[in-house]
Design a protein around this ligand. Sequence first.
Ligand code: NDP
Length: 316
Amino acid sequence: MTIDILMPYPMLPIVQEQLDAKYTVHRLYQADDPDKMLTEVGDRIRGVAVAFGPVDANMLGHLPNAEIVSSFGVGYDHINTDDCLAAKVMVTHTPDVLTEEVADTALGLMLMTVREFGQAEQWLRQGNWQAKGPYSLTQATLQGRKLGIFGLGRIGKAIAKRAEAFGMDIHYHGRSQQADVAYPYHASLAELAAACDTLMVVAPGGAATHHAVNAEVLKALGPEGIVINVGRGTVIDEAALIAALENGTIYGAGLDVFENEPKVPEKLLALPRVTVLPHVGSASQATRNAMGQLVVDNIVSWFETGKPVTPVPEMG
Ligand code: NDP
């Protein structure tokens, strides 16, 4: 008997080809009338492969026989796990396979921001080096900086390892102190910010972290302060960040993620000491393929053994 899989949005070829080979895949994004397709095939769907949301009670209401939602990416704030638990739907994600890639991105973004490498490159490309002379000396340096990591999990630890090699002092904040971690722990984000001058945000999105980096935290970080965000855009109050950058409350920011992607506020782009990337943390072909493979492996394992490979923690 064939197993029906729903694919709301396009996914990588590595995912599409393998799912097509084993299952009947219904591509919502190709339907002339997606609602009609859901009505027609919703009852038959047993698995869902997603990269975006929302996945919630409303969506699951159309899929009464869904057993698993296999999500592409380690962050799953687009999935309402309470709704999935209530509907007895397993949720999986793709941890570990992207950890080192995202940590590399974080270090690159931090260096670009502190030393203004993006702006310096533009200076050269626009002919200013020849016409006007060298790019201005950067007023910030990585040397002597203290790095506060908000979210010392898999990626946070991989960032810490790299930052140690750059000679940085590491501090961290999370919901609790980690017994096997020697870096100083701070019980609140404002305390972490006060103890550091560089704040690395790599905590997950969702209600619990929404706007955790607010005006108070930015003030505590201080005028030399630089914020790097490779976690989720919603973790930072973007309006407060823009205000803090405009009035010199902090020095600069490097952002891979934004509150309303792919929209990035013009005010942010107009600021001189801001480096922006279009959410490319894990975006190499090799790493994205590894993530895609895990999306497939979770579905295959579920239907062959009844167990997923990498369930989200809420699934117990
Ligand atoms: P982990 O679950 O391993 O780490 C998350 C860390 O955040 C944990 O140390 C946890 O510590 C902390 N944390 C979680 N919730 C809270 C909270 N409410 N308040 C304070 N701290 C919290 O995840 P990963 O390291 O694998 O990934 C982290 C995040 O990075 C993802 O959720 C995703 O949003 C983002 N990401 C971004 C990418 C990009 O392209 N820019 C790519 C991949 C991931 P504790 O339990 O002690 O609170």
